[in-house]
Design a binder for this molecule. Sequence first.
Ligand code: FAD
Length: 395
Amino acid sequence: GRRVVVVGAGMAGVQTAVALREQGFKGAVTLLGAEPHQPYDRPPLSKAVLLGKAEDSAFEVDFDSLGVELRLGCEVLGVRTDEHELDTEAGPVPYDVLVLATGAEPITLPGTEGVPGVHLLRTLDDAERLRPVLARQHEIVVVGAGWIGAEFATAAREAGCAVTVVEAADRPLAGALPAEVAAPMAAWYADAGAELRTHARVERVEPGAVVLADGTRLPAGAVVVGIGARPATGWLAGSGIELGPHGDVLADAHLRTGVADVYAVGDCASFPSARYGERLLVHHWDNALQGPRTVAANILGETPRVYDPVPYFWSEQFGRFVQYAGHHAAADRLVWRGDPAGPAWTVCWLREDRLVAVLAVGRPRDLAQGRKLIEAGRAMDAQALADPGKPLKDA
Ligand code: FAD
């Protein structure tokens, strides 16, 4: 039988192996992962694991009984696609079908790489290094008010640390949400006792302090950098596998690359979405769950299956459950459901009169219904949508 080799033993890699077996693949499956740990889930790293409420977040997958060969602590260094062979620290590994699932790596703050007291939050090792930092109740400066920055600030406040979040943009989540929607979220920081400083550029990090471009010196027992992540695809340079502007593997609608027998899925890959009319690079958990099912089906099947999901993610921050489904563009029309100063509200985005995205804060039912309406592409009445007392599905 054919041998499938999956590079990257995170959510997308593990789910690819699981999906192959679930769908009846009988050939050999090998999963190669650079990290030494049993494969684990990342969302708990900025939540329960960080606070020591959970020891770890290992996946409950029995690789032996699935007949999946798991090689951990094995970094893949390159691929020779003509020979259908990978190069690893432990020597070459041949494949018939290759799945790229190397995820993403956090962007570092220039000049702070390896500086003691400066942390990132991507891996279990990162979370384990941060746990004692929280326990010591240091003054902490978080760089970046994105999803990770907000979740880390939440945990650090819960642990009793003094927290300052510095953000270069004029608002939190500037890359993800329009100003109108992010504005009420800025207040959540203050509610939780964290200080949010916008328009704040980090000039340098000194021992015990972060110095901003305007000269402000912020005392910092520790610094946590959360300024985004980019696909972990440096090892593909020169392989002939095409990368996009963000270092993303350019997959097609079937999650295949332009090179024969090579697929790509999860945080490392972008794909064209016919639904949204643009290429999407999704850095969220659900994409690393759904994508692998399409990859497995296409490895097994005769008729190629198209991957064109309604993306979904959640974030737990400042005591709120934030969920987002779909994808919106700047030109889409925004409709509010509920008062953003209150504890629960929803924002909908319409393109013409069809729902394309929903952001729900503490309104999981809106999210669940919205997700289905987005899938269905049904026309909606904007006025009815704006009434939070009316079920979304009846609008
Ligand atoms: P990864 O999880 O990054 O796994 C890739 C694996 O490949 C890594 O283990 C890496 O070591 C390995 N690898 C990389 N290069 C090589 C190589 N050359 N050779 C061998 N192995 C290699 N999403 C949500 O929707 N909601 C959340 O609340 C949420 N919280 C998060 C909290 C944190 C702290 C983080 C970091 C992410 C969070 N996410 C969340 C995002 C979600 O975890 C990711 O989208 C998901 O992990 C992507 O899975 P992946 O398998 O594509 O990549």
